[in-house]
Design a protein around this ligand. Structure first.
Ligand SMILES: [Zn+2]
Length: 222
């Protein structure tokens, strides 16, 4: 069961006070998706993950905090256009805009994750093409982090696992296979070997759909 509460926020960018529905507690049952999207119930708490100021449109995990170096992006036309893009669910737009701002301060990890979260919203809205676009953008940031030897998740192998899934689902099979080749044999939890083997099968089948870690485990047992 998920519980929510109302959080009072003062926007760090413009000073407007607004309310945000926050997640008090949630639970998750079953395996996450291969890109770490959580299973139910946590799966549907995404609306609580990003705060959006109704005054200036500032979107952030914590909108009470603002860095002045983000101001030109926040005030720019591309941001305003993206924020109100009628093709997207509002939540997806909020994630993308928060990604723009994290990019502006050089935080590729947060930007990549924000774009991936937008893709999840777009999956739920059956906006397949847009989901593919934002997965590809997320993957670009994840690949840059990996090229720098910077992980974006605590566990060895997790960064590659998420990036490979983004690439596969964005239709970038060759890039996904190339990263798989580099990721295999890295020291990490055995589960990642199962995930990588399953990803290889999916890529060879041309499968760009979402799958769970549970399917990877089953596939390894078969
Ligand atoms: Zn504001």
């Amino acid at each position: 069961m998920t519980t929510y509460y109302v959080e009072k926020i003062t926007c760090g960018a413009c000073g407007e006070a607004f309310e945000h529905q926050a997640c008090g507690s949630t639970n998750t049952m079953g395996y996450p998706d291969l890109d770490c999207r959580p299973a139910l119930m946590q799966r549907y708490t995404m609306g609580t993950w990003v705060q959006r100021c109704p005054g200036c449109g500032y979107c952030a995990v914590n909108a009470g905090v603002f860095e002045e170096s983000m101001r030109p992006v926040l005030a720019g036309e591309p941001y305003a256009t993206q924020l109100r893009d009628p093709r997207l669910p509002k939540l997806a737009a909020s994630f993308i805009c928060s990604g723009f701002l994290r990019e502006a301060v050089g935080d590729r990890k947060a930007a990549g994750l924000a774009y991936l979260h937008a893709a999840w919203c777009l999956d739920d809205a059956n906006a397949t093409e847009l989901a593919r676009t934002w997965r590809a953008t997320a993957a670009t940031h994840f690949l840059a982090l990996l090229a720098d030897n910077r992980q974006f998740d605590g566990e060895a192998g997790a960064a590659e696992a998420i990036a490979i899934d983004c690439l596969r689902r964005a239709g970038r099979a060759a890039d996904a296979l190339e990263l798989l080749g580099r990721a295999k044999g890295r020291k990490g939890e055995p589960i990642f070997d199962q995930i990588f083997a399953f990803q290889k099968k999916l890529i060879e089948l041309g499968d760009v759909a979402g799958h769970t870690v549970g399917e990877a485990v089953k596939s390894a047992e078969a």
